[in-house]
Design a protein around this ligand. Structure first.
Ligand SMILES: NC(=O)c1ccc[n+]([C@@H]2O[C@H](COP(=O)([O-])OP(=O)(O)OC[C@H]3O[C@@H](n4cnc5c(N)ncnc54)[C@H](OP(=O)(O)O)[C@@H]3O)[C@@H](O)[C@H]2O)c1
Length: 293
């Protein structure tokens, strides 16, 4: 099966390319090969490559910067998705798409289900929600995988920021009143390939919105503590820094962060048999990869 992966140089895109199972012929295009915000380019590439499935890992992901440049965020996260969805639908190609916990307000106290009402509090979340809506409207054969707190050995993420700060400082403050599910980019890629294989083998899939994130849920402070513990264990850091638990209000950012980002992922298990990954195990694999880097 011919598969087009967009955003191929991002965290998830990178893992999609290196974890593609046998039986898929993958064309992975980064933003310089295919700008999804350019409708003419999208049409030309799809016409030339004639993919049988598209996995969209391209996104504008700079959450804080999006507040001051909303046009760029919407150009990629809404318009880019719409261009892919429309062109794919015309050629009868399904689209697997990645979205985010930021479509929710973050005010809940129970894990978010796919049917819960959305209410993003910032530009990034609003632009991602607009992308979900465009995809649903323009291409009935779509699957949206909402995830959270993505980390991997490749690209920018919280794990790498913590490792850098752990080397530079003896102590640091990390937010302890936001809770979510750290999710390995590799696990997201594996889940998407499992879905792609189900589609290939059955010629169909139960389309729609699904949640997928790592377990157990934790706070950023818990996550940082585990990163440092494992990093010392693996010799990536010489000593444990002091990690103070701080409040969101102590760390102001241009975009408001959701206090509650926990996703209920039972639908993906029930419908497609794809279980939530344990992020502790995957964190070790990522850190081991960084030891060798
Ligand atoms: N990171 C998280 O914590 C997180 C959490 C929840 C959901 N998600 C979602 O997960 C998905 C993957 O995120 P990620 O963490 O892999 O993000 P990432 O590392 O920032 O990768 C996104 C990729 O999209 C590319 N891109 C940007 N504008 C583009 C355009 N106009 N055309 C084509 N490609 C473009 C970027 O290329 P350049 O680098 O060249 O600009 C980048 O390689 C996204 O849909 C994101 O919204 C991420």
């Amino acid at each position: 099966m011919r598969v087009l992966v967009t955003g191929a140089r991002g965290q998830v895109g990178h893992e999609l390319l290196r974890r593609a199972p046998d039986g898929f012929m993958v064309s992975g295009l980064g933003s310089t090969d295919l700008d999804v915000g350019d409708a003419v380019q999208v049409e030309a590439i799809i016409e030339r490559l004639r993919p049988q499935l598209i996995i969209n890992a391209a996104a504008y992901t700079a959450v804080d910067k999006a507040e001051s440049e909303p046009e760029q965020a919407y150009r990629v996260n809404r318009d880019g998705v719409a261009h892919l969805a429309r062109t794919a639908a015309a050629a009868d190609i399904p689209v697997l798409h990645i979205s985010t916990d930021y479509v929710f307000s973050g005010d809940a106290e129970q894990p978010y289900r796919e049917t819960d009402s959305t209410s993003p509090s910032g530009v990034y979340g609003a632009s991602k929600l607009a992308g979900e809506q465009a995809l649903a409207e323009l291409n009935p054969r779509h699957l949206i995988l909402r995830t959270s707190w993505v980390f991997g050995a490749h690209g920018h993420n919280f794990v790498k920021t913590m490792l850098r700060l752990g080397r530079e400082r003896d102590s640091l403050g990390v937010v302890a009143d936001q809770r979510g599910g750290p999710t390995p980019a590799a696990s997201i890629a594996d889940a998407l390939w499992q879905l792609a294989a189900l589609y290939r083998d059955h010629g169909n899939l139960q389309w729609g919105v699904y949640h997928f994130s790592g377990v157990p849920s934790c706070t950023w402070h818990d996550f940082a503590m585990e990163i440092f513990r494992q990093a010392v264990d693996l010799g990536l850091l010489e000593r444990l820094p002091q990690v103070d638990a701080i409040a969101t209000s102590d760390y102001p950012t241009p975009a408001r962060r959701p206090a509650w980002s926990v996703l209920d992922c039972s639908r993906l298990v029930a419908v497609h048999g794809i279980a939530q990954p344990d992020w502790h195990d995957e964190l070790r694999s990522v850190l081991q990869e960084l030891v060798g880097a």
